[in-house]
Design a protein around this ligand. Sequence first.
Ligand code: ADP
Ligand code: ZN
Length: 520
Amino acid sequence: MLRALALLKDVFGYPAFRGQQAEIIAHVAGGGDCLVLMPTGGGKSLCYQIPALLRDGIAVVVSPLIALMQNQVAALHEAGVRAAFLNSSLSQMETAAVERGMLAGAYDLVYVAPERLLTPRFLDLLASTPLSLFAIDEAHCLSQWGHDFRPEYIQLSILHERFPGVPRLALTATADSVTRREIVERLGLNGARIFISSFDRPNIRYQIVDKVNGKVQLLAFIHAEHDGDAGIVYCLSRKKVEETTVWLVEKGIRALAYHAGMSTEDRSCNQEKFLREEGIVMVATIAFGMGIDKPDVRFVAHLDLPKSVEGYYQETGRAGRDGQAANAWMAYGLGDVVQQRRMIEGSEADAQFKRIASAKLDALLALCEATTCRRVRLLEYFGETTASIACGNCDVCLNPPQVWDGTVAAQKALSCAFRTGQRFGAGHLIDVLRGNDTARVGQWGHDKISTFGIGKELEDKAWRAIFRQLAALGLLTADSEGHGSLRLTAASRAVLNGSQTVSLRLQPERKKNTAKTKAA
Ligand code: ADP
Ligand code: ZN
């Protein structure tokens, strides 16, 4: 593989391969199929770019995002590689020129959007040119249960049917076993080699805090640890992106917004600024980030809960791609659990989808409520059990929470929800438990019921944490119609009748974060 190494140095300017790159490249260059699971920033692109140069013919790279293609092709041109892309951003004339170039053998790599690839016209074109390989980037997009499903990806199974002799390489940073199996099945990669890199990102410090006032907590976090740093703040809705951006700007943070409801110009303008200028905080929905290669993002903050561990991992993975210390910070509260459960329940999807979506949410909630190392939990989720030593670089390791027997508290909370008719949210239930004489308590006569004032021993904050955990544990559920009203579940009974205990997490008092903490 001396030629591969020479290309790495001469064309891409790097002295050595990283991780499994050399092995993958040798395998593909030799005509083998494979599935590459490598975390974001791991260096997946070279795994097909170098074989594309080693083998005769055109390498066809299927990529879901226009921006990603353009960046990659621009970088390849800079390196002197003959590459082009085909997507909806090109005019008819430009498209025709690329197609002619392909027939004339003018390219080593052509990036193409899946919907374009699948047109009969393009497939015919491919049939009349020599092909070196197919690379299917972001292959998890074909998983229906994934967070990034793209229906066109499913039809990519046509590739091995029509071009059985051309090696195929599927790449993704999402590696849970369900997704992995789906990719192998749909792309006909049975028998292909699977290369799995470690998903550990040791320079990222994971922190998940109890949400009280997300924005205020975020600002305090930025001031304490990231003054002047570039970062990404993820919010669930467009509206919240806008509100948060305005608020941060008012507080003197250089924040910009990004979401799918903005015009293309505004979006790419903000994205450019984020990439080019220093110290910009991008407030965004998950529309932002895929394929963004900015090495010095120092933090990723979540003001809302992602939908799954994969989503969390992928979004937080955009921090610290340069290997320097970075933070993944999330504020999470009862409202998030209620909101996510309601979104799943209220969606149009079928029962199976809902089941999987809620299992995925449960896995994420377990990570949020973890009482042992978050990194170990995260890696276990991706099937890595080797690194089961506490990392020393997550909030749980640095500041271990205590676990207490919350059975009695849980019984009080559950019976309070029951006695008030399962029609109220945590705020009101806490008032009843604490015996607060609010107008609402009076109006409903809740000062006369047996659970009024039975929870005086705990403060509001503690009760909020209890309700959040009960919801996370599936012992309370949000009404899918109502406004955060909490109902009992089938699992609540065992707790109420004393046959099941409930172990809860006691949020430690946060130590003041003084110095900027660097990872080991
Ligand atoms: P991924 O697609 O896995 O997220 P990329 O292929 O975009 O990752 O690579 C991430 C970054 O790492 C890029 O800036 C790339 O140039 C760099 N990189 C990849 N391989 C190497 C290597 N062997 N040596 C140095 N840098 C590399
Ligand atoms: Zn840890």
